[in-house]
Design a protein around this ligand. Structure first.
Ligand code: URP
Ligand code: ZN
Ligand code: ZN
Length: 467
């Protein structure tokens, strides 16, 4: 195991910042303090003028996910290597059983796929169908396999969507097991109706994707999920919040003390639905994800929700496809594989748009990219902070350095980027993942299989406090 001294940086946690050196030894943080001595043989990284922060935790990825007749383009190695290049040192991915497949069988498949991860990883379980057998297996998932969060879909009618009766049963089961309920909140019935209507109107292009998933569908489903979770009395985590109506529902619920946590994605802070009117099919389809990018105005509402603490975490929903894969829906927008990349860009975009503009302090940046996810998903004390004894997952960010984001230079295994051409200021120059120097000033040293599985305990911070 290596020993590394990070010298001369400004150490930031979600609680504050100070000038200090950080010593990593045997994968853990061994010391934080002034003018630390470099042990014999230690690698020394001088980072004067830069920030030293906890490695990013991306609580929402879909590596190697089979979806809509194809498979998401990144496997667990390429995706986690790209994550490391962008400063993310932990991912939480979703195990997705096929309809009728028992969750423990699906978990075994995901464990095998994820064994090649370059950074640490944990899992949520998608409740893709419901039965007594699924419900029974959840106890073993929580107690024997460290899966303490379950995602329910209110959208994707005919595939993943569960009716309210089954949602309520699933929420109750989570409550009894101490697990966190996650929801993809869009009204699947309305979307199915609108998809048929938009197609009947002759719109087959990617624009139809946005037209058939208006923000009201997200607002309604978010409020419904909050209401069900409230009455069942289980904490709720709403993934990928994109719409003002959804953020409002979460804000109101939190103000009256409901245990609701909201996640958003960097794209929902910056990109609007004009992208679906691009002349190029590849560009418009490249942005097809659910929920979709919203009309102008929603981005500002999501920013306000992030600034005021209504939304507590950021993920990426990393689920990228190549242009060729997206062309599966050339003649019918409902057949375009849903999803965009982003595991590599999240920290850069959030720093550039948030910290450089003064909307976020570096401390709040840490909360949004790492600390709050560690709390919500019970990864403390190993992850999400820089403390002696914690895993040496950390990044060095040079606030003066600039870069242009592009598909041609990214490590994500796709030929498209929703951030194409964006110039950002503030660049992750080094990433340490459990003490291993995996990103060294442009040199990607991610190792296949170096990441470890992170079993998680139930009853996370979401049960006792709202982050
Ligand atoms: O479009 C998306 N978000 N694809 C990934 C699956 C999901 O809905 O989270
Ligand atoms: Zn989703
Ligand atoms: Zn997702």
């Amino acid at each position: 195991m290596t020993t590394t001294l990070i010298r001369g940086g400004t150490v930031v946690t979600e609680r504050g910042r100070r000038r200090a050196d950080v010593l990593s030894r045997d994968g853990r943080i061994a010391a934080i303090g002034d003018k630390l001595e470099a042990p014999a043989g230690a690698e020394v990284i001088d980072v004067g003028g830069c920030y030293v922060m906890p490695g990013g935790i991306d609580p929402h990825t879909h590596m190697q996910l089979p979806m809509m007749g194809t498979v998401m383009a990144d496997d667990f190695f390429t995706g986690t290597a790209a994550a490391a290049a962008g400063g993310t040192t932990t991912i939480l991915d979703f195990v997705g059983p096929e309809p009728g497949q028992l969750p423990l069988e699906a978990l075994a498949i995901w464990r095998e796929r994820a064994a090649k991860s370059a950074v640490d990883y944990g899992f949520h379980m998608t409740v893709s169908w419901w039965s007594e057998a699924f419900s029974a297996a959840m106890a073993s998932l929580v107690n024997d396999h460290g899966i303490a969060s379950f995602k329910f879909f209110l959208a994707y009618k005919g595939r993943l969507m569960l009716p309210d009766e089954e949602l309520i049963a699933g929420f109750r089961r989570c409550r009894d097991l101490g697990a966190l309920v996650q929801v993809h909140a869009e009204n699947g019935e309305l979307i199915a109706y609108l998809q048929q209507k938009v197609l009947a109107d002759g719109i087959t292009s990617p624009l139809g994707h946005a037209l058939s998933r208006p923000s009201q569908c997200e607002g309604e489903a978010t409020l419904r999920a909050i209401t069900m979770a409230d009455i069942v009395d289980v904490p709720l985590y709403v993934v990928h919040v994109s719409a003002a109506e959804a953020a409002d529902a979460i804000g109101q619920a939190r103000r009256r003390g409901a245990k609701v946590i909201g996640e958003t994605l960097p794209g929902f802070l910056a990109i609007d639905d004009v992208v679906y009117r691009a002349e190029s099919f590849d560009i418009a389809a490249g942005h097809v994800m659910s929920p979709p990018y919203r009309p102008k105005g929603h981005q500002e509402a999501i920013w306000r929700a992030v600034e005021t603490g209504t939304l507590s975490t950021t993920g990426t929903d990393h689920c990228c496809f190549t242009k060729a894969q997206k062309r599966l829906g050339l003649d019918d927008f409902t057949k375009i594989p849903n999803g965009c990349g982003g595991v590599e860009e999240r920290l850069h975009v959030l720093w550039h748009l948030g910290v450089n503009s003064g909307r976020l302090t570096p401390e709040r940046f840490v909360a949004l990219t790492s600390a709050n996810a560690a709390k919500a998903f019970n990864l403390r004390p190993r992850k999400g902070s820089l403390e002696v004894g914690a895993d040496a997952d950390l990044i060095v960010l040079d606030p003066e350095r600039t870069r242009t984001l592009s598909a041609s230079t990214q490590h994500q295994n796709t030929d498209f980027s929703v951030w194409e051409g964006m110039q950002i200021k503030g660049v992750v120059t080094h990433t340490l993942a459990r003490g291993r120097h995996v990103w060294a000033d442009g040199d990607l040293r991610a190792e296949r299989g170096a990441g470890s599985y992170l079993p998680r305990k139930p009853f996370g911070a979401a049960y006792t406090a709202t982050i």
